[in-house]
Design a protein around this ligand. Structure first.
Ligand code: FEO
Length: 400
């Protein structure tokens, strides 16, 4: 059964939500599903902007049929060739054999890598800033490589100032009937988790896209996941993207990420958190890397200014879940953070050196306290050392 909503002026949302899928990209946990957005424009010519994941393909195709009311589909614009958005291209072509598929050179390269049986006669190859006339309105295309894949582009509808932003400005979470940012309580934590884990690696590319977007000055941002941003939300999400893509923290606060096999390293971290709280620090977030999926910890590291890493050795080297978390965080290009380390050496090893080496190429990572080392378990005579460790973090927070 069709299920659509009007965005504005004959521009329709024709997406759908999936609440069954457990993990986005088979990697990131989804507690509340995911929305796959697609849009249809009715003008003298008709256009669909991106398709949807296979999981919701049926309703998407019914939505197109319902809105076209027997008309043909003239254009399928492919902003992004990742299968959560392009999985239904073949189905669209089968139903509307005269449709022109609009994409750049890389779009068609990936299209042919993923799918067989789509004739290149249907391709409409565009370059950066090319314009497509639909009748009463024009669409312009703007390449946005590596936000999130190399072929990504965004599409701008100039009559109503609508930016179809591809993955950028997307969010985790299914939609619940309300699809606009001013209709819902916006989940900024999930918005940050989506950005920091999916988009963050190539911040300079995001900055380049932001420059293009500011020149376009959109009033509506319509991403491929999550709500459509309208009103004051447009400037809010642009500001957040500027902050995150330049790897600045949003606010002062301490993330304590620990690995602990028998609870001793965890105990030292709890004690540190208490000392910080006693000194008036409000924003303290403790995570056990063996328990919490790294995407949630990474989200908080992108939010806050300070990170404490606490880890035991394991078979003389870095404990594997900690290595995995730190490597991913470093790969996502985290910068401009204050860090310090707690290690637990029972019989020696290289965990600390390994942990620091992981961040060797990340810019402006500053170590703000002497490493605090425990051997197997923290002892009473180490309390003054731990209070000094807490004091050093406090001093650094004040500077921030
Ligand atoms: Fe939502 Fe990069 O795909």
């Amino acid at each position: 059964m069709h299920n659509t909503r009007l965005v504005c002026d004959d521009i329709y949302w024709i997406g759908a939500s999936d609440r069954i899928v457990a993990r986005f990209e088979n990697m990131f946990p989804l507690s509340d599903g995911i929305a796959y957005n697609s849009y249809l424009i009715l003008d003298e010519k008709t256009a669909v902007i991106d398709t949807v994941d296979n999981a919701v393909g049926e309703v998407f195709l019914e939505n197109i049929e319902y809105l076209l009311q027997g008309r043909t589909l003239d254009y399928l614009i492919v902003n992004h060739m990742e299968p959560d958005h392009c999985a239904n291209i073949r189905n669209v072509v089968l139903r509307y054999p005269d449709v022109k598929i609009v994409g750049n050179a890389k779009t068609f390269k990936f299209l042919e890598q993923f799918y067989d049986g789509i004739s290149s006669d249907s391709y409409l190859l565009i370059k950066d800033k090319d314009v497509l006339n639909l009748g009463s309105r024009q669409l312009s295309f703007h390449l946005a490589p590596m936000v999130h894949w190399p072929e990504v582009m965004v599409t701008y509808e100039e009559k109503n100032n609508v930016l179809f932003s591809s993955d950028a400005f997307g969010n985790f979470g299914a939609l619940n009937g309300n699809i606009f940012s001013d209709e819902v309580e916006f989940n900024v934590n999930e918005f940050r988790r989506y950005y920091s884990n999916v988009i963050a690696r190539f911040g300079s590319n995001v900055q380049a896209l932001l420059k293009k977007i500011h020149a376009l000055n959109p009033k509506i941002i319509a991403p491929l996941h999550g709500v459509v941003h309208v009103g004051s939300a447009v400037s809010s999400v642009l500001n957040l993207y500027h902050l995150w893509s330049s790897y600045q923290s949003e606010c002062s606060g301490v993330v304590i990420a620990y690995a602990s096999m028998y609870g001793n390293t965890a105990e030292a971290c709890q004690k540190l958190a208490t000392y910080l709280a006693m000194r008036g620090v409000k924003d303290i977030q403790i995570f056990d890397v063996s328990h919490t999926h790294p995407s949630y910890i990474i989200e908080k590291v992108f939010k806050y200014s300070h990170l404490v890493v606490a880890t035991p050795n394991y078979n003389t080297r870095l404990y594997f879940p900690m290595e995995s978390f730190l490597s991913e965080l470093a790969f996502l290009n985290i910068q401009n953070r204050k860090m310090c380390f707690i290690t637990n050496m029972t019989w020696g090893g290289t965990a600390l050196a390994q942990a620091k080496e992981i961040f060797a190429k990340n810019k402006n990572i500053e170590y703000i306290a002497e490493d605090f080392n425990i051997q197997s378990s923290m002892k009473e005579n180490q309390i003054s050392e731990l209070t000094c460790f807490a004091d050093a973090i406090l001093e650094s927070l004040k500077e921030k």
